[in-house]
Design a protein. Sequence first.
Length: 91
Amino acid sequence: MIVLIAYDISSDRARAKFHKFLKEYGLNTQKSVFECDVDEQAIRDIKARAASLIDENSDSVRLYRICSSCTRKTVISGQGIKVTNLDYTVL
């Protein structure tokens, strides 16, 4: 399933760690936004990692599940690539 992850993390160190972690799951489409094609286990892993890094009083991580019909309707203006267009193999 496609998920959109947006984050606002005040600590430079925590933000860098989370950014590096998310690179294993998807495509960094904006500065603090990732689009990922993941399963339920990966979503649990992402949520756990976010919980371990953020300060709940000042930071935010949002995960939006995007249905397949909505994914087909994605519009990109300017540069960009749709996650569903990627060919990859998980080793």
